[in-house]
Design a binder for this molecule. Sequence first.
Ligand SMILES: Cc1cc2nc3c(=O)[nH]c(=O)nc-3n(C[C@H](O)[C@H](O)[C@H](O)COP(=O)(O)O)c2cc1C
Length: 218
Amino acid sequence: MTPRRSAPTAWNCTRPTASCSTSSWPGTNLRTDRYGGPSIADRATFVAEVAQAVRAATGPDFVISVRISQWKESDYDARIVEEPDQLGQLITMLRAAGADMFHVSTRRFWTPEWDGSDLGLAGWAKSFTDAPVIAVGSVGLDVDVMASLNGEEGQPTGGTRIGELVRRFQRGDFDLVSVGRSQIGDPEWITKMTDHRTSDIRAFRAGDPWLSHDVVAT
Ligand SMILES: Cc1cc2nc3c(=O)[nH]c(=O)nc-3n(C[C@H](O)[C@H](O)[C@H](O)COP(=O)(O)O)c2cc1C
């Protein structure tokens, strides 16, 4: 659904994902025109223009969430930015271009992004912006999404690591949390977690019918 078509309907937000992930990574952005180059500011020009165009097509009240990630399905060690200040440039540029929110994709929410700090990528993103930040990555599960896509069965972790999630949330690392497979495995996951009925949680299974490798982007 395009932003222009979705704006007057029940949909009130959009989320450019692939444009940021693909165009900002040096591994795929080989362009020699103004959409490519050695700096993140060069490589983020395309997604910034996408955000600007969405804003122009929708208006000031339409929420634009940009999803960013470092890793790629083809390369877990891929990095669109090597250092925190480059992430700051990216976030600042996209915010100025019209992004209202950042959805920061990681395989595990608790993994430190850079040496010398326990901040994950979401926490680092939040340190550079006043916009809300969404964290995601293996909430409630002991294997990451790519392991699931490769058929590995994980176990629900119940309350384990939820304390770490809450600690990071209360520290201000992020404003919202996205729960993927745990919710697919059990649509009542949040209610059961809230009610401390963790033993009732239905485990996510790699064979759950909603799981399709074709639809996953980082
Ligand atoms: C069935 C399925 C479909 C997904 N589809 C998308 C998608 O269309 N776009 C996207 O950016 N991420 C997609 N993802 C990735 C999730 O947004 C999320 O980043 C990932 O599942 C990690 O969260 P989790 O550990 O809570 O599952 C999908 C994941 C699953 C399991």
